[in-house]
Write a protein that binds this ligand. Structure first.
Ligand code: FMN
Length: 150
């Protein structure tokens, strides 16, 4: 199973989530490439069985650069691939997941694993470091496993 995670991240939360999701998928034997959307090319989707899009909630929507990348794909770019999505947010998850899922369908995706959104913030991250809790990491890893196995 070859998987590609394409994410946008301004302040690092979604990049960190992407690493954990990759860890979960790898634990189910997927070979995962994790890539900032800044560097992603359409050709990076070649030979990938699974494509996962990660983004922060920006005013209820996926980050503009990720949307741009998705919109630049051909109508069949995601055909035959398993597709999923995840989002980080501060207060509410907005319509981020459904927006990405709808675009993915327009780009040929028929096998979509329902996405996952999680509240993430600098303070929450700091709190988990102080208290030594791994709840966030575990939640993202579980989601990665779910993508790989469903
Ligand atoms: C321009 C902008 C708009 C945002 N809009 C929302 C929002 O509408 N709702 C929300 O809960 N968080 C919002 N946030 C917070 C981010 O979604 C949240 O901090 C996210 O985890 C940041 O991810 P990143 O560190 O990967 O950039 C916004 C952040 C930015 C920079």
């Amino acid at each position: 199973m070859n998987a590609l995670i394409i994410y946008y991240s301004l302040s690092g939360n979604t990049a960190q989530a992407a690493k954990y999701v990759a860890k979960g998928m790898e634990s189910e034997n997927a070979v995962v490439t994790t890539m900032n959307v800044n560097k992603a090319q359409i050709e990076d989707l070649n030979n990938k069985d699974i494509v996962v899009f990660g983004t922060p909630n920006h005013a209820g929507s996926p980050a503009m650069l990720l949307r741009k990348f998705l919109n630049s794909l051909s109508d069949t770019a995601l055909a035959g691939k398993k597709v999923s999505t995840f989002a980080t947010f501060l207060f509410w998850k907005g319509d981020v997941l459904t927006t990405i899922e709808e675009i993915a369908q327009d780009k040929g995706a028929t096998n979509i694993v329902p996405g996952y959104a999680r509240r993430t913030s600098f303070l929450l991250n700091l709190w988990s470091v102080i208290t030594g809790t791994t709840e966030d990491e575990e939640a993202w890893i579980a989601f990665g496993k779910q993508i790989a196995t469903s």
